[in-house]
Write a protein that binds this ligand. Structure first.
Ligand code: 5GP
Ligand code: MG
Length: 201
């Protein structure tokens, strides 16, 4: 085979690999709407009231909202506007999904070092409680920082999948065991900005 033929074969090989990869990637056409932006807005408003009531009765201020990025971006922004109590915002990052995009991989936590939680009432906010492993691990690390109290709020709770004793204290919506995207939740880091929540068909 001359060098031109080898080059042509290599190009065909790479193009076919690229096509196979894009075929296995999901697009929005593989999802269907599950929870609308209006349902989310109504629920977040009520969650804000629940939190105001709970912390007025149970704890002196201030309250720290600890957002687990990137999934909690949109729920945090909306929740902060639904809570009337004065709140402080801090954030950290948890990353668990592998390259495949729909199955959990190794859990890594970032940004724990710069959190200032000693003596404060902390409400950790995450996108979804699936097996519960992420929130349990985060809570274990946060408790080492001696907060006055530590509660959790999740937008979605995949009921019945828990591998831990821990339960979220505040839940937006219980859902079945299906893969969801939108309103903060990603597929391979995409679709977090969708205003509604979509479920894989
Ligand atoms: P857990 O540790 O509770 O099993 O998983 C929690 C993390 O897995 C979530 O914070 C989220 O990043 C990811 N996750 C779990 N289920 C889903 C899902 O259906 N869709 C997306 N986009 N992420 C999910
Ligand atoms: Mg997450």
């Amino acid at each position: 085979m001359n060098s031109r033929a080898i080059l042509a074969t290599l190009i065909v090989f790479h193009v076919s690999l690229f096509c196979m990869e894009s075929q296995s990637d999901l697009t929005l056409a593989d999802f269907t709407p599950l929870i609308t932006r209006h349902q989310i807005a109504d629920r977040v408003k009520k969650l804000g009231q629940e939190i105001d009531t709970y912390y007025c009765q149970h704890s002196p201020l201030p309250l720290v909202i600890l957002a687990i990025m990137n999934g909690a971006t949109l729920i945090t922004a909306d929740l902060m506007r639904a809570i009337e109590l004065p709140i402080e915002l801090q954030h950290m990052q948890a990353s668990s999904y592998g390259e495949n995009g729909t199955e959990a991989g190794q859990l890594t936590l970032f940004g724990l070092d710069r959190l200032k939680l000693e003596g404060k009432h902390v409400l950790l906010v995450d996108d979804i409680f699936d097996t519960g492993v992420t929130i349990t691990r985060i809570k274990t690390e946060l408790l080492k920082k001696n907060p006055a109290s530590l509660k959790s709020l999740v937008l979605l709770h995949k009921v019945g999948k828990s591998k831990v004793e821990e339960k979220p204290d505040f839940v937006g919506f219980p859902i079945a065991d299906q893969f969801v995207i939108g309103y903060g939740l990603d597929y391979k880091e995409l679709y977090r900005g969708l205003p509604d929540i979509w479920v894989k068909k």
